[in-house]
Design a protein around this ligand. Structure first.
Ligand code: LLP
Length: 418
């Protein structure tokens, strides 16, 4: 996280003094670094053959400023809803670089993708094939299709983000993929362009990828022998990052070599869908201590950011390092359970050793650029944290925090209750 470094005892985001920024705009807020996003994207993209499509997974962080930053670097997008498709297009990502994944695309969303002329639909069921065919034929369009195949491989990651085993809702079982492709070839309005997989997220070992790609290789051979054109392979996303609790054990170069070798062997062009790896280390969540309080057997630091702002610890038991943004030099280290103000025991960011805290102190929760703001909610009528992007010494609020009054006005009272 070199974009967030300490100078004279204060945290800087690139050239921006974080405590000063917090005083100016208030807390909590996410802060994203342009240089970190850029470096993460370039490190990843640079590891693959030049013709590979790097389709950034918008779900990790769909802020328009983040998407625009990546668009300028040449990124494509992996989207899973009409909303994400519109955001990717609005940020300047060309339709020819957009792939559309997801188990439950509606008719309206499929039509939107067809109208935009996207690069590829990653189709996840036989039913979706039929629907897409019907809509495309009705529009006089041809939908470029890859079938997302469920290879039944255990990615050995958190159960809630493991998507490649047979029990999950994702993709068409690989045992049925051949029939799926035969069906696709027989339907009007569809053009088979390739194969697709995505076996999970925060994967920290190479083997599951290797196993899944071996299955994909078998499948490609079978499909070609059936007479299908398989020009592309989408290997999905899923590369884990180092959240500080365990070493990732996975290097981009090793993963890229594995995938590039597969692409050469199979003579396919590659699509990759990284999300977390691009965005996670590019963001922090800055919050202020509201109170410090002693429980029966532990000391709580209560922040003005809660599980509504940042859900990963509550939902997955995820560990994220927390640091003081402007620690006092003489402060002794103490143990805290760092929590939010939300009325749930799960609203906790875990146990942390921190310089002694007082009300008003600023902390930063690290590695929160991916699946942070993207998963925020207004639970407890708490509008989610603002989002800021820094670029050198410049900063800009790229999503303001809604005021309580603005949030209040989202609801309507029906006339019979007026
Ligand atoms: N492609 C598809 C089809 C996906 O479903 C996902 C993530 C990705 C790509 C990007 O995966 P990544 O490179 O970011 O691992 N909220 C969870 C993560 C859920 C991931 C869902 N799919 C978390 O905070 O850990």
């Amino acid at each position: 996280m070199t974009a967030f470094a300490f100078r004279d005892g204060r945290m800087f985001a690139e050239g921006v003094d974080v405590p000063a920024l917090a005083d100016e705009i208030g807390t909590p807020f996410y802060c994203y670094s342009t240089s970190a996003l850029t470096a993460n994207y370039r490190n990843f993209a640079g590891a693959f053959p030049a013709d590979a499509l790097i389709a950034y997974s918008v779900k990790a962080n769909g802020n328009l400023a983040v998407l625009r930053t990546l668009a300028k670097l040449g990124a494509g997008a992996d989207v899973v809803s009409g909303g994400e498709l519109k955001k990717a297009l609005a940020a300047g990502i060309p339709a020819e670089k957009i792939v559309f994944s997801g188990v439950g695309k509606t008719r309206a969303e499929l039509a939107l993708g067809l109208q935009a002329g996207i690069h590829q639909f990653n189709v996840e069921s036989e039913a979706e094939l039929e629907t897409l065919s019907e809509i495309a034929a009705g529009m006089g369009a041809i939908a470029p299709v890859a079938i997302r195949v469920n290879p039944d491989i255990d990615a050995r990651t958190h159960a809630k983000i493991s998507t490649g085993i047979a029990e999950t809702k994702f993709g068409i079982p690989w045992t049925r993929a051949r029939e799926g492709y035969a069906r696709a070839a027989a339907l009007p309005g569809l053009k088979i362009v390739g194969v697709d997989m995505h076996i999970g997220s925060q994967i920290t070992e190479l083997e599951p990828f290797g196993q899944a790609l071996a299955r994909m290789s078998e499948l490609i051979a079978m499909l070609r022998s059936d007479g299908h054109q398989v020009a592309r392979a989408d290997a999905g996303g899923g590369l884990g990052v180092n959240y500080g609790n365990r070493m990732p054990g996975l290097k981009i170069a090793d993963y890229a070599n594995l995938v590039a070798q597969f692409a050469r062997d199979q003579n396919v062009s590659l699509i990759l869908e990284p999300g977390r790896l691009i965005a996670a280390s590019a963001g922090i969540l800055v919050a202020r201590v509201i109170h410090v309080k002693d429980g029966e057997n532990r000391r709580f630091a209560i922040l003005d950011a809660g599980m509504n702002d940042f859900l990963r610890p509550a939902l997955y038991g995820a560990h994220h390092e927390i640091v003081c943004v402007a620690p006092r030099e003489d402060a002794p280290m103490e143990s805290y359970e760092v929590v939010g103000p939300v009325c749930e025991t799960s609203d906790s960011f875990g146990a942390h050793l921190l310089p002694r805290l007082r009300a008003g102190d600023l902390v930063a929760i690290l590695m929160t650029g991916a699946y942070g703001a993207a998963m925020a909610s207004a639970y407890n009528a708490r509008p989610p944290a603002a989002e800021v992007v820094v670029h050198g010494k410049r900063w800009s609020i790229v999503r303001p925090k809604m005021s309580d009054d603005e949030h209040l006005r989202l609801d309507r009272i029906p006339d019979w209750l007026a």
